[in-house]
Write a protein that binds this ligand. Structure first.
Ligand SMILES: C[S@@+](CC[C@H](N)C(=O)[O-])C[C@H]1O[C@@H](n2cnc3c(N)ncnc32)[C@H](O)[C@@H]1O
Length: 373
């Protein structure tokens, strides 16, 4: 399993790569029940909504009728990986591949998949206290592949406000711990054990192919290089990038290389500019270079569908060179607006947010939906 970071802005230098894991036939799960539950991911993730996973499962299932069941579903911005875990568990796709540029997140998934029992034992041994919360906030590994990174990721994700791994979010329940939500209120060990073991099960049964720590573009390039036997029509990339706005406050690795904490107004301006460039780089790639079918979800913003540099186009427009040499196709780009309903922690009423889903899967596969929850 690779924890290598390659290419792309802010992604760091290239280091040695282990060989890719071979494609093998998926086997039956030992725990098919967890696959049917509402949640499979052990991580709470800002931006992750269970409703999108259900909807994408329907879209991919319906696209399998004309195109065949996907051999690979790749999630280059994996985060909490809710959608991939659902599709792999239900067998909607043969296998999934998770990748994220944040070493904390990638190391977590690597440990869950490969060292499941170790991580489960380590989770039971870890005291959930404010002292440990402060410890994990300060702790930095001396080696990039230290297994304890997985513990840090799980601990902070389950004990920090909204599951935010980034530096400024505080502990659930605050420093005083006087609210009705104590620090450990989201750290249900038996439930977490079930979900961690479910991921280990996916890995052992070849339904979780691998975990990579890479920039999204390197992930998509390496899938093509390492698995040339996969047919472009049978690979679906699901991209759920950082939000167009606010993401620097939510993710350890947003598209903003300063992580939202630039030291001066001038560098903050520069960071915002780079952040915007990253969204443009992704859009350019998806409109002109993507060799695989893709599904993209974004928090809704007028600019997204109006700007020609983002997603105004209704069809992919690859260069003749990329068409001839790489086989990039002129797939139609379909879109759907979604209203996501959710209940915020501590609130008694439901709120909603707008998302947009874009895809090059056949338009007939997109259900006419108004809301997903
Ligand atoms: C919106 S979250 C993904 C949430 C995920 N879909 C889920 O269900 O939890 C975006 C993720 O992209 C990762 N990320 C940010 N920049 C990246 C890059 N250049 N390449 C790959 N991953 C990146 C962040 O670390 C974060 O985990």
């Amino acid at each position: 399993m690779s924890t290598t970071i390659r290419s792309g802005s802010g992604a760091g230098a290239e280091v040695a790569q282990p060989p890719p894991r071979k494609l093998a036939e998926p086997k039956p799960l030992s725990d098919p029940v967890t696959a049917m539950m509402r949640y499979q991911s052990p991580l709470r993730y800002p931006g992750a909504k269970a409703g999108i996973g259900k909807l994408i499962n329907e879209i991919v299932k319906s696209a399998a009728k004309p195109l065949g069941r996907p051999s690979l579903f790749v999630e280059p911005f994996a985060g909490g990986a809710a959608t991939s875990l659902r599709l792999a568990g239900l067998g909607t796709v043969d296998r999934v591949l998770l990748a994220d540029a944040d070493p904390l997140v990638a190391n977590f998934w690597t440990a869950v998949a490969q060292d499941t029992s170790w991580l489960v034992d380590r989770m039971w041994d870890e005291p959930i206290t404010l002292e440990r919360w402060d410890y994990w906030r300060r702790w930095c590994p001396s080696r990039q592949d230290d297994r304890e990174l997985a513990v840090k990721c799980l601990f902070l994700n389950r004990t920090t406000f909204s599951g935010i791994l980034h530096g400024r979010a505080g502990p659930i329940g605050g420093r005083a711990q006087t609210s009705g939500y104590p620090l450990d209120c989201r750290f249900n060990r038996p439930e977490l054990q079930k979900r961690l073991e479910f991921v280990g099960d996916l890995y052992r049964t070849n339904r979780l192919l691998d975990v990579w720590c890479k920039d999204w573009e390197a992930t998509l390039a390496d899938v093509a290089e390492w698995y040339p036997q996969l047919l472009p029509d049978r690979v679906v990339a699901y991209l759920d990038p950082p939000y167009l706005e606010k993401s620097a406050k939510l993710y350890g690795r947003s598209f903003d290389p300063a992580g939202g904490y630039a030291p001066s107004p001038e560098s903050a301006k520069h960071a915002r500019w780079l952040h915007a460039c990253e969204h443009l780089r992704l859009a350019e790639y998806l409109r002109r270079k993507a060799r695989y079918r893709w599904i993209l979800s974004y928090d809704y913003h007028d600019r997204l569908l109006q700007s020609p540099s983002l997603y105004r186009a209704r069809r992919m427009t690859p260069s003749s060179e990329d068409k001839d040499l790489l086989g990039v196709r002129e797939w139609r780009i379909s879109r759907r607006m979604l209203t996501m309903r959710y209940t915020a922690a501590g609130a008694s009423t439901r709120s909603s947010t707008r998302e947009v889903l874009l895809t090059t899967l056949p338009p007939s596969t997109l259900p006419v939906v108004q809301s997903a929850d």
